[in-house]
Design a protein around this ligand. Structure first.
Ligand code: AMP
Length: 306
């Protein structure tokens, strides 16, 4: 089963109380595809400038991500984001966004990407997300992420785009902002009324909550003693979640969604231990499985017999 993701491919400058990086590989589609690559074939779609070099391609290709649909713009500059975090690592403060090659981007997908069964519209301008959704007619499962910026300046377009997907991943604050509804349970229902049958509310270090038509499930985040940089946690979560579902031939039942929540939480927990893509780039399947079992023990009602 293959999974196509469109989103930002970026250079990020990030400062947290625990360190900083002036220029590192980032972007919503990059974090997503590295996470999903542990479960299924991933194709990444998006533009880069000629400053995007062999080292950056190597991180993606090192995890087997197909980069054929990365559009390289000669004389263009890759999307750039600068942000910082205070001690409250749940809130990213954006200091600078340079759209660069995204300013002119018109998605053109290869036939292979158009034929993918699974699609993720990572965080970018919602009109662009919709253009990709329309090209991927064959996708049986489509998910979407967004951010406060687009709710602020392109809400109508975002609502239209949400109408064409099955799963929505948003922070709890974004779900409230999108619906103007302070109660998260009601707010999630309102997002479902826009079209999707699954809504995931990401809650940073507190974990994530899953809403379906007749179900509810919540998971705490993995308890970590070292968190260096939360950038990309949301995209890694979505990558683990949808990558797992793609590997299972889609969403079969509530149990597969719960396992998807757990794989998403596992990959996100590794992502935040180091800066940018550093940790996930060298992650192994064994480490993922071990932490998955850690989640099982952590959430069991009865402690295992001694
Ligand atoms: P998150 O998973 O929410 O922490 O996403 C972090 C990634 O989002 C960073 O690597 C940024 O490059 C990217 N990003 C930040 N702002 C935007 C934006 N306006 N559009 C698309 N991607 C963005």
């Amino acid at each position: 089963m293959s999974l196509v993701v469109v989103g930002s491919i970026a250079f990020d400058a990030v400062k947290t109380p625990f360190g900083e990086r002036e220029r590192m590989l980032g972007g919503s589609a990059v974090h997503f595809s590295l996470a999903a690559s542990f479960f299924c074939d991933v194709r990444v779609v998006g533009p880069v400038g000629d400053d995007f070099g062999p080292g950056e391609y190597a991180v993606l290709e090192g995890r087997g991500v197909n980069t054929d649909d990365i559009e390289r713009v000669e004389d263009g500059k890759t999307f750039f984001w600068r942000g910082h975090y205070e001690y409250d690592l749940n809130t990213a403060h954006t200091d600078e966004t340079q759209l660069n090659v995204f300013g002119e981007f018109a998605p053109k997908l290869s036939e292979e990407s158009k034929a993918a069964e699974n699609l993720f519209l990572a965080n970018i301008q919602p009109d662009l997300q919709r253009e990709v959704r329309e090209q991927c007619r064959g996708a049986r499962l489509a998910g979407l992420d967004s951010m406060n910026l687009w709710i602020d300046i392109a809400r109508d377009s975002l609502v239209k785009t949400i109408g064409g997907v099955d799963l929505v991943f948003l922070n709890d604050a974004e779900i409230r902002m999108l619906t103007d509804q302070p109660n998260l349970v009601r707010a999630a229902r309102e997002v479902m009324a826009m079209g999707p049958s699954v809504v995931v509310a990401k809650q940073g270090e507190y974990g994530a909550a899953l809403f379906t038509e007749d179900g509810y499930f919540a998971l705490p985040a993995f308890p970590l003693e070292t968190v260096s940089d939360p950038t990309g946690a949301g995209d890694s979560f979505a990558g683990g979640f949808l990558g797992y579902l793609a590997s299972q031939d889609g969403w079969q039942d509530e149990a597969s969604l719960r396992r998807a929540m757990t794989y998403g939480s596992v990959i996100a927990s590794f992502n935040v231990e180091e800066f940018g893509t550093e940790r996930v780039a060298r992650l192994t399947r064994e480490e993922i499985d071990e932490r998955f079992e850690g989640f099982r023990r952590m959430t069991a009602l009865e402690a295992a017999p001694a």
